[in-house]
Design a binder for this molecule. Structure first.
Ligand code: NDP
Length: 325
């Protein structure tokens, strides 16, 4: 069967007869796409291949799409899905195992690029699974107003923690305090001495650090951790554009303070997705968790939106709207 789009007839090619044909609705801009632009990719997924649209590797680019045609038993025409798609209007997915069928449709579809998709799972796994927050603990989140950070802060508040976040503008600091309910927030760009700033906000030290930034921020945090603290190493965006990463000097704090510092990749934890949905969907509907998005309109604006992540232009989750469903 083929689907007419203007002059073109779209259909699943023979070589992908067991796959699905997708119409992309929303695409996600994610920081990990930057390391994939290097030849010797410092990324946990392969480097992009110049000239190809977007390689459907084992894990590719995230988006929300509608199934136009399916040769796969798990999907049928009209299904809405999120997961691995391409930065293009239509995608032939030969790996439908990388797609999740959308069950809850009474929330904004774009949420499946954020709170109900990969960044939401990242916040959930990094905070709850790796750091086991307890009531009264002191939690610090960097890049706190972004796709992941805004959720880490709200989840930590739900766990009864004291939460401080940092971000790169007054607008974002206000958002953290007034919209997401962080106890305190500061603009890291206005601080000459990050370690001193953290001491001001955490005179008693930090129990849990959710690491999104790396470099100087990590060093400053290491000097302010409490005994038996935990650090979830989620990302290091301050390093992604550097030719050679900055050194970290305060690692001895891990020994002195018996700190557990653990890196993770969200895709190793997708078996927890149903459990996560069970927790988060009611909270969205009850207004106990809010989510802020920054939407770019049209595929043409996607590259600028992606670049904007590295200048802090996005306020909230950066999404690109490609088409109506
Ligand atoms: P965001 O929505 O937070 O966007 C990136 C933000 O990072 C920018 O808005 C900017 O905010 C901040 N930033 C950019 N450059 C710098 C810099 N040099 N120093 C400090 N802050 C900077 O992105 P996400 O929430 O999607 O991702 C957050 C982190 O989580 C990233 O490091 C990402 O790689 C990581 N990640 C890891 C996953 C995993 O499986 N381990 C999965 C998903 C994300 P500001 O204005 O505040 O500076």
């Amino acid at each position: 069967m083929s689907i007419a789009v203007g002059e073109i007839n779209l259909k699943l090619p023979e070589s992908a007869a067991a796959g699905v044909l997708l119409k992309n609705l929303y695409l996600s801009c994610d920081p990990y796409m930057r390391p994939r632009m290097r030849n010797s990719s410092g990324s946990y997924v392969g480097a992009f291949q110049p000239g190809s649209v977007s390689p459907l590797l084992s894990l590719s680019l995230y988006g929300v799409a509608k199934v136009l045609e399916s040769g796969h038993p798990n999907f049928e025409k009209g299904d809405l899905v999120w997961g691995s798609t391409g930065w293009e209007e239509y995608t032939v997915s030969t790996e439908p195992g990388q797609l999740f069928k959308i069950q809850h449709k009474d929330v904004p579809l774009s949420y499946y690029t954020g709170i109900l998709g990969m960044p939401g799972m990242t916040a959930y796994v990094g905070l709850y699974e790796l750091c086991s927050p307890k009531k009264g603990e002191y939690v610090y989140v960097s890049a706190a107003s972004g796709a992941v950070g805004q959720l880490v802060g709200q989840f930590a508040k739900l766990a009864g923690c004291y939460v401080v976040g940092s971000a790169g503008s007054q607008e974002k600091v206000d958002l953290l305090k007034n919209k997401f309910g962080f106890d305190e927030a500061f603009n890291y760009k206005e601080e000459q001495d990050l370690a001193a700033a953290l001491k001001r906000y955490f005179p008693q030290g930090i129990d849990i650090y959710f690491e999104n930034v790396g470099g100087k921020m990590l060093d400053a945090v290491l000097g302010n951790m409490r005994l038996r603290g935990r650090i979830a190493v989620c990302g290091m965006i301050s390093q992604y554009n550097l030719e050679s990463p900055e050194g970290v000097h305060n690692l001895a704090s891990l020994i002195m303070n018996r700190i557990r510092m653990e890196g993770f990749i969200v895709s190793d934890h997708y078996h927890l997705y149903p459990k996560y949905l069970e927790m988060v969907v009611p909270k969205i509907k009850e207004g106990k968790i809010v989510y802020v998005e920054d939407t770019a309109e049209g595929l043409d604006n996607a590259p600028a939106a992606l670049v904007g992540l590295f200048y802090g232009r996005n306020v909230g989750k950066q999404v690109v709207k490609v088409a109506d469903d």
